[in-house]
Design a protein around this ligand. Structure first.
Ligand code: NDP
Length: 450
C-alpha cells in the first residue's frame, strides 16, 4: 500500500517540529521527504531562540564588566563591537543549520530546498514544478511576525531583521510588550541604545504573574528603558536624515533611529494549498488539529506554531515526536500533554514560570496559599546593584499541592526547569520543605519559603 506513494511522509517545513517528526518517522522505517524554502532549522535555530540567547549572553557582559570592579577587577579600554558579536552569532547559526541538515541526511530523509504546496489529497508540488505523492502529509510551516497595518509600516523591522542590523540603533522604539519586546529591550539597552517600549494595553507580558511582571517593569525602568502604555502605532514616516518620525496614540510624534514591532506571530498557512484539500483553519488562520495533531483531513497532520496551540519550540518538538511515534511507531498513539508547560522570558533579569498565576489559582481553586521570597542575590549585594529577585510559590490550600512557581532573577530559567519537574509531578509544599537547601544559592529560596 505504502509503495503506491513516492513517500510515506512528506513534511512541509524543516523547523523544530518538522525536523523532529521527519527524523523520528524515518527512524521508524518510513520513507520521508521534507521541503524547506528557507534554511533548515526554522525560526528557533535561524532567527529565534538560539541566536537571541547568544545576544542575551553578549548583553550580560555589559553589567558583568561593571560589577567586576567590586570583585577586584580593573578592566581598561572596554569596547563593544556589535558587528563582531552579530557575525559570530551568525557563524554559529550556520554551524547549527549544518548539523540539522546532517541529522536529516543520516536518517535518509530527502530534503528539497524549495517551497512545497499541497495540490491534491496525497500530492505536493514543489516550486520547480515537480509533483510528489505521500501517504501522510505533515504541515510544520511555523509562524511569522505580525506587522500591524498602519501608514509607513514598511519602515519597521521585526525580530527577523534585528539579528542582521549594521549597527545598534541609537534610539529604538519597540512596539509590543510580550516576550520579544522585553527580551530585545534588554539586549539593545545593554548595547547602549535608548530603548522605548510601547504597548497597546496597560501591561507587559500578559499571562505572567503580576508580581513578577511588576518587578521586571521596575528593574527595566531603573536600567533606563522607557515604557509607554495604551500606545499603538498610528503612523511612521522616514525623514530626510534617515530617522523615523513615529506617532503613537496619546503621544506627540517623536524621532527614532529604528522601530521594531513585536506584536505576536501569525501562523504560516497562506499559499500552501490547504483550501484545495479542505483543511480547516481557525480564526487566526491557524490549522485546527485534534489532540493527536490530526487536521480535518485524515492523513494530513500539523505540528508547532502553525497550529497556534503553545508557540514554544519544545512544545513543537514534542508534537512532532508524538505524531511520528503515533503514526509510524510500533506503540499505541499518544497525545502531547499541553498542561503545566514551563516557560521563560530572557529579559534582564530573566523570568521563568510554570503552572497557575496567583490570580488564575484564586479563580480556579478558591482557597490558596501564596509564599514569596523577595531578596537581593548575594552577587548583586557585593556589586552594589540594587536589583531584587522575586520568587512566588502558589499552593492549593486544600491539598498542599504546588500549582504554580513564578520567578524573576538571575538564572531563573535554569532554576525553574528543575523545579518544574516537581510541579508537574504534583509535589506538595511539604515535599519542598523536606528538601535540604544548598547554601548559599538563590535556588535555596524554593525550599525555605515561610
Ligand atoms: P507576545 O504574544 O508575547 O506579545 C505580543 C504583544 O503585542 C503583547 O504585548 C500584545 O499586547 C501586543 N499585541 C498583540 N497584537 C497586537 C496588535 N494587533 N497591535 C498592537 N499590539 C499587539 O508576542 P511576541 O511577538 O513577543 O512573541 C511571539 C511568540 O513567540 C510568543 O507568544 C512566544 O510564544 C514566542 N516566543 C517565546 C520566547 C521564549 O520562550 N523566551 C521568546 C520569544 C518569542 P497585550 O497582550 O498587552 O494586549
Amino acid at each position: 500500500m505504502a509503495d503506491a506513494y513516492d513517500y510515506d511522509l512528506f513534511t512541509i517545513g524543516a523547523g523544530s517540529g518538522g525536523v523532529r517528526a521527519s527524523r523520528v518517522a524515518a527512524g521508524h522505517g518510513a520513507r520521508v521527504a521534507v521541503a524547506e524554502e528557507y534554511r533548515v532549522g526554522g525560526t528557533c535555530v535561524i532567527r529565534g531562540c538560539v541566536p537571541k540567547k547568544m545576544l542575551v549572553y553578549g548583553a550580560h557582559f555589559a553589567e558583568d564588566l561593571v560589577d567586576a570592579e567590586a570583585f577586584g577587577w580593573t578592566i581598561e579600554n572596554k569596547r563593544f563591537d556589535w558587528r563582531a558579536l552579530r557575525d559570530s552569532v551568525q557563524g554559529d547559526v550556520t554551524r547549527l543549520e549544518g548539523l540539522y541538515g546532517e541529522t536529516l541526511a543520516s536518517h535518509n530523509v530527502t530534503v528539497f530546498h524549495e517551497r512545497a504546496t499541497i495540490t491534491g489529497p496525497h500530492e505536493v508540488t514543489l516550486a520547480s514544478g515537480r509533483r510528489l505523492t505521500a501517504r501522510f502529509i505533515l504541515v510544520a510551516t511555523g509562524a511569522r511576525p505580525h506587522v500591524p497595518d498602519f501608514p509607513g509600516n514598511e519602515h519597521v523591522i521585526t525580530s527577523n531583521e534585528a539579528f542582521h542590523l549594521e549597527a545598534v540603533p541609537r534610539r529604538i522604539l519597540i512596539a509590543g510588550g510580550g516576550y520579544i519586546a522585553n527580551e530585545f529591550a534588554g539586549i539593545f539597552n545593554a548595547f547602549g541604545a535608548k530603548v522605548t517600549i510601547a504597548n497597546r494595553s496597560e501591561t507587559i507580558l500578559r499571562g505572567y504573574d503580576e508580581g513578577v511582571r511588576d518587578r521586571l517593569l521596575q528593574i527595566s525602568m531603573a536600567k533606563g528603558i522607557t515604557f509607554l502604555f495604551m500606545a499603538e502605532l498610528e503612523w511612521v514616516t522616514k525623514q530626510d536624515d534617515g530617522t523615523l518620525l513615529v506617532k503613537l496614540t496619546g503621544q506627540e510624534p517623536a524621532a527614532y533611529d529604528a522601530v521594531m514591532v513585536a506584536t505576536g506571530r501569525v501562523p504560516n498557512t497562506e499559499g500552501l494549498g490547504l483550501e484545495t484539500v479542505g483543511v480547516e483553519l481557525g480564526p487566526r488562520g491557524e490549522i485546527v488539529v485534534d489532540a493527536y495533531s490530526k487536521t480535518s483531513i485524515d492523513h494530513i497532520y500539523a505540528v508547532g506554531d502553525v497550529t497556534d496551540r503553545v508557540q514554544l519550540t519544545p512544545v513543537a518538538i514534542r508534537e512532532g515526536q508524538a505524531f511520528a511515534d503515533s503514526v509510524f511507531g510500533p506503540g499505541a498513539p499518544y497525545a502531547v500533554d499541553h498542561s503545566c508547560v514551563p516557560s521563560a522570558v530572557f529579559s534582564h533579569p530573566p523570568i521563568a514560570a510554570v503552572g497557575l498565576t496567583e490570580g488564575e489559582a484564586r479563580n480556579k481553586l478558591g482557597s490558596i496559599r501564596v509564599y514569596q521570597a523577595d531578596f537581593r542575590p548575594m552577587k548583586n549585594v557585593l556589586a552594589g546593584r540594587n536589583e531584587r529577585s522575586l520568587y512566588k510559590m502558589i499552593v492549593d490550600a486544600a491539598t498542599d499541592r504546588i500549582v504554580g512557581l513564578h520567578m524573576i532573577g538571575p538564572e531563573a530559567p535554569e532554576i525553574l526547569q528543575a523545579a518544574a519537574i516537581a510541579v508537574k509531578a504534583g509535589l506538595t509544599k511539604a515535599d519542598f520543605d523536606a528538601t535540604i537547601a544548598i547554601h548559599p544559592t538563590m535556588a535555596e529560596e524554593l525550599v525555605l519559603f515561610k
